[in-house]
Structures are given as structure tokens and as C-alpha cells.
Design a protein around this ligand. Structure first.
Ligand code: KIV
Length: 267
């Protein structure tokens, strides 16, 4: 007898987490293998973040990431996932020009890459774009606070502290129809106020413990990325050191003629 099919986390189920009193767990993934591992670990959603511009492509910011690259990585992730909700980030300049452009870009992530939802950055200024996507049946996760695509306007990846504006932004995103909101890089009390003001779940990153869920970049939580280590990151493993150690051991055995051994040979 075959195993029963795994029930997928749907957008309404994710959005209704607060009513069930459960915390939402979100991680990023950019490829089949890491998405499969995260899914098997039981996360609620996998975000194909444009942070891949930094941790996969080696850029200083996510700005160079293209829509085609996001579609490619999202399709790889979707193939590895059986249960989690897959949310694809819209990269810089693929939704800011007009609501029409936002619908086209967001729709392509569902139509060609297999995501169930998209995420886009920005508050009040992005409300029209979010509403247009929602009208086209494209579920949208918002993202306010430290929005990495605005790195040049913000003068760096800086904690955002304008409580009034952050609340206005969060309300505008929720009123436009977003099903959840990422709150990044804001003081914990402001994140708590945003969470209290909204009926959709908030997903914090560098926003303290009072959000409805948390998201981390997988490379950060696994200790794979040394480039930049924000205060809010907790490392749950040191796979950077483990990887270097394993590859050094392999190199050493190849150089000494120990690998491949008899059991690795075809006879
Ligand atoms: O791009 C990304 O990975 C993100 C998360 C850090 C929220 O936007």
C-alpha cells in the first residue's frame, strides 16, 4: 500500500495560524536539496528569497537578482517540497513600476515556477500593486521595516525605528489584501504593536519574539555564510566548518592515494 499523500500547507491555513495559536516557521531555500531537507524538517513555509543574490550569487545586495533567476530557483525549490507553502520573492524593479507590472511578474511565479504565493517589499507605496495581485488571485506576503531592496535609500541595512510610518505601512499592506506580513529589522516593541494592530500573521526577522512566526535565511542558521552576521541571527549548526573539514579530509586522502580505496572500485 502506498503512503497517503502529504497535505500541503495552503495560503488560508498559513494565514489562519493565529486563530490556532501556533507559531509559524519559515526558512529560505534556493535549490531542490535544501528545500527537500527543510520540508522534511516540517517548516510551514519556504521562502525563495532574493537574499540568494548575496548567499548564492555573492553580491553585496539583492538588487542584481532578475525575475528569470527567481523563476529558476523557485522551480528547483518547488520540486523538492511536498508539504510547505512555497513563497517566491519578487526581485528589485519587477513590481515597483506599476501594478500591471507587479501582476505580470507575480503571476509568472505561480504560472511558470509553481509557487503558491509571492512576497514583495514596501508599505503604503506598494498597496496598489498588492491589491492588483490579490484581485488576480495571486496571494501576496508583504514585507515592511528593513527592506533590503531599499538599501540605498536607507543608507545601509539599518534597523527601522519610525513607529508611525511602520504602522501605516503594515496597515496599508494588510488592507490591500496581503495574507501575511514579514516584519524585518524593527525594535521588538514596534513589531509587537504591528502584530496587535493586524489580523494577518506577522513573520519576524530581527523583530523580536512577539510576531506570529519567524523567518531566517537558511545559510545563516546553518552557519554557512560568514559575509555578514546580523545580531538577530542564531546559528543552529556550523556547517561552514563541517564543510571545510570534510573537503580538506577528501583532498588529503586523494593526495595521499588513500581515496579511492578498493571498495570504491568497479571490477
Ligand atoms: O530575501 C529574503 O530572504 C527575505 C527574508 C530574509 C525575509 O526577504
Amino acid at each position: 500500500m502506498s503512503a497517503p499523500p502529504v497535505k500541503r500547507v495552503s495560503v488560508p491555513e498559513f494565514a489562519g495560524a493565529r486563530g490556532r495559536g501556533v507559531k509559524l516557521v519559515v526558512v529560505t531555500a534556493y535549490d531542490y536539496t535544501s528545500a527537500k531537507l527543510a520540508d522534511e524538517a516540517g517548516v510551514d513555509a519556504i521562502l525563495v528569497g532574493d537574499s540568494l543574490g548575496m548567499v548564492v550569487q555573492g553580491h553585496d545586495t539583492p538588487l542584481p537578482v532578475t525575475l528569470a533567476q527567481m523563476q529558476y530557483h523557485t522551480a528547483c525549490v518547488v520540486r523538492g517540497v511536498k508539504r510547505a507553502l512555497v513563497v517566491a520573492d519578487l526581485p528589485f524593479l519587477t513590481y515597483q513600476i506599476s501594478p500591471r507590472q507587479a501582476v505580470r511578474s507575480a503571476g509568472s511565479m505561480l504560472k511558470f515556477a509553481g509557487a503558491a504565493a509571492v512576497k514583495l517589499e514596501g508599505g503604503e507605496r506598494m498597496a496598489d500593486a498588492i491589491a492588483a495581485c490579490v484581485r488576480a488571485d495571486i496571494p501576496v506576503m508583504g514585507h515592511v521595516g528593513l527592506t533590503p531592496q531599499s538599501v540605498h535609500r536607507m543608507g545601509g541595512f539599518k534597523v527601522q525605528r519610525d513607529a508611525d510610518q511602520l504602522l501605516k505601512d503594515a496597515r496599508a499592506v494588510a488592507d490591500a489584501g496581503a495574507f501575511a506580513l514579514v516584519v524585518e529589522g524593527v525594535p521588538s516593541d514596534i513589531a509587537a504593536a504591528i502584530t496587535a494592530a493586524l489580523s494577518i500573521p506577522t513573520i519576524g526577522i530581527g523583530a523580536g519574539p512577539n510576531c506570529d512566526g519567524q523567518v531566517l535565511v537558511t545559510h545563516d542558521l546553518l552557519g554557512l555564510f560568514d559575509g555578514f552576521r546580523p545580531k538577530f541571527v542564531k546559528r543552529y549548526a556550523d556547517l561552514g566548518t563541517a564543510t571545510r573539514t570534510a573537503i580538506s579530509a577528501y583532498a588529503d586522502e586523494v593526495r595521499r592515494g588513500v581515496f579511492p580505496a578498493a571498495e570504491h572500485e568497479f571490477r
